[in-house]
Ligand binder design. Structure first.
Ligand SMILES: [Zn+2]
Ligand SMILES: [Zn+2]
Length: 121
């Protein structure tokens, strides 16, 4: 099947819209898309708001999901019903404001919006 071949490593992903987005973003990333601007996760094969809580999404070097003041990982709270995504550091209680964390929140919010829109079709 041609479409299955094109999906490559995502043939096992049951949500076909997700699978299509994953392979499209893989191609875009190869052409220069910032991996942190992706709405899908190559590692977990999921929408990024669904797997952002995984430890793999803490990147100390870039500061993604990381509080630089407290030097610790920051959890992402995803409220799918309300469509809200928040981050606050368990140590200082603040949003760890940085370009990296703003980028991460932006990607998660877009990912949530796109995943919800896809479900309504
Ligand atoms: Zn992931
Ligand atoms: Zn902190």
């Amino acid at each position: 099947m041609a479409s299955a071949q094109r999906m490559g490593r995502y043939v096992g992903v049951r949500d076909r819209r997700l699978a299509a987005r994953l392979s499209a973003e893989d191609r875009a990333e190869a052409r220069g898309l910032d991996p942190f601007d992706r709405l899908t996760c190559r590692t977990h094969r999921h929408w990024v708001h669904r797997c952002v809580s995984s430890a793999a999404h803490v990147v100390v070097v870039t500061g993604h999901r990381w509080c630089r003041d407290c030097e610790r990982p920051v959890p992402v709270v995803v409220d799918e019903l309300a469509g809200e995504i928040r981050m606050s550091c368990p140590s200082c209680g603040r949003f760890p404001d940085s370009p990296a964390n703003r980028q991460l929140l932006r990607a998660c919010r877009r990912s949530l919006a796109v995943a919800r829109a896809a479900r309504n079709f």
